[in-house]
Design a protein around this ligand. Structure first.
Ligand code: FAD
Length: 379
């Protein structure tokens, strides 16, 4: 299916959210009753390609998308989440699962994986359909206002869309040396999924940003030894982390870069060099963590005809509406005009809940955006 920008401003698809218009060549969408699902356990994954029309489909299962799905359930909307990754949690799961987060209201500190677990539990109250491992590529709008989302695996039908695609599909930046590829997963890492993998090991961390400094500090009590090399003498990390690094047993080598790694079937050595003198040193290592940043690509979403803020953000108004009716955006992907985006979890939560309330109103023009208080509902 071609990726055509949405045309003709749509009337909101007729009817209340759950009176699904007949989907193409299939039975009408079953009506769910959230009040009977309050204690429901984890939702089953929804395979791609089924023809059910959802009230709202969320692109991205990061914190914004997960909380958006919870809010959709609260408003009794039939919701589906689609994510390119196999696991929910977005950046928290992919980039820093074991780090503590200190700025989520109500949690003085919480580990990323636990926040994701809690979000999933909260979201699954409503049994959202989840299509994981599918990257959304195309979007078209039918004459009846129903939108078709095309992924690498199939199609999904929906009346409204909430884009919570974060920084887009992110890929870790890699060094150009071709021989490094053979060591990926065999001692060469681009992120740390479990500190236990590094217990008792000689670890080399490469990089000078927050991730490099944080992982060096996080692993110092697990690893036998942690060495951190950085190509210059200034870190792009929080001052407090840099101070902690300087006081830690981490062996910090400034003006050093990685030339290559060696080993029989797994990483056993790293060749590093002083970029001021080009003098090389071979050090024994069991693991090399490359934290060189990420290349970010919004991908085909950029071609949907949505108004952008620069090339990185989808422009939204104060209702989280994009320039295309029925399509909302929340979290790291969106920016209001002239307001510097914060790119924080708490911002994404607020934006996702607001987006869902206005999406509800879009689907039910006579309704109020204000959802009422959850404490007054019998859930
Ligand atoms: C190391 C690090 C530490 C951080 N620490 C904090 C902190 O302490 N406090 C804080 O508030 N914030 C922190 N952040 C920022 C926080 O993680 C982000 O603000 C948050 O993850 C944004 O959530 P999101 O749901 O908008 O997007 P993301 O978490 O980026 O999730 C987006 C999801 O969308 C999916 N996706 C993208 N494109 C597509 C597509 N085309 N089709 C299908 N799926 C798609 C991705 O696979 C991803 O799962 C940190 C970030 C990093 C990198």
């Amino acid at each position: 299916m071609a990726d055509t920008p949405p045309t003709a401003p749509p009337p909101p698809p007729a009817g209340p959210p759950k009176s699904a218009a007949p989907p193409p060549a299939s039975a009408p969408a079953p009506v769910t009753n959230p009040s009977t699902q309050a204690a429901a356990p984890a939702a089953p994954a929804q395979p791609a390609g089924d023809h059910e029309v959802f009230d709202v489909t969320i692109i991205g299962a990061g914190p914004a998308g997960l909380f958006g799905a919870f809010y959709a359930g609260l408003r009794e909307m039939h919701v589906k989440i689609v994510d390119a990754l196999d696991e929910a949690g977005g950046q928290l799961t992919a980039l820093y699962p074991e780090k503590f987060i200190y700025d989520v209201p109500g949690f003085p500190k919480i580990q990323s994986i636990d926040l994701v677990k809690n979000l999933l539990e909260q979201t699954h109250m409503w049994k959202p359909a989840m299509a994981m491992g599918e990257r959304v590529q195309g979007m078209t709008r039918n004459e009846d206002g129903v939108m078709t989302l095309t992924t690498n695996k199939g199609v999904h039908y929906t009346r409204a869309v909430l884009i919570c695609a974060g920084v887009g599909a992110f890929q870790p930046k890699k060094l150009p040396q071709p021989e490094l590829a053979q060591y990926e997963g065999k001692g060469l890492y681009y992120s740390v999924k479990s500190k236990a993998d590094f217990r008792g090991k000689n670890v080399l961390v490469v990089g000078g940003g927050d991730s490099a400094v944080d992982w060096a500090l996080n692993l110092k009590d697990y690893a036998k030894k942690v060495t951190l090399i950085h190509r210059r003498d200034g870190f792009r990390a929080h001052d407090s982390s840099v101070t902690a690094l300087k006081m830690s047993p981490v062996d910090v080598k400034l003006f050093y870069e990685l030339k290559t790694v060696g080993g029989e079937g797994k990483v056993q050595t790293a060749t590093i060099f002083d970029n001021r003198t080009n003098v090389e040193t071979v050090i024994p290592v069991d693991a090399v963590i490359l934290t060189l940043g990420y290349s970010v690509d919004l991908g085909p979403i950029k071609e949907w005809g949505l108004e952008m803020e620069g090339t990185r953000y989808i422009r939204v108004n104060s209702k989280q509406e994009t320039s295309v009716p029925g399509i909302y955006a929340a979290g790291d992907i969106c920016a209001e005009h002239d307001i510097e985006p914060m790119n924080l979890i708490v911002e994404g939560f607020a934006q996702a809940s607001r987006a869902m309330n206005f999406a509800y109103q879009y689907l039910n023009p006579a309704s109020k955006a204000f959802p009422g208080h959850s404490s007054e509902k019998k859930l």
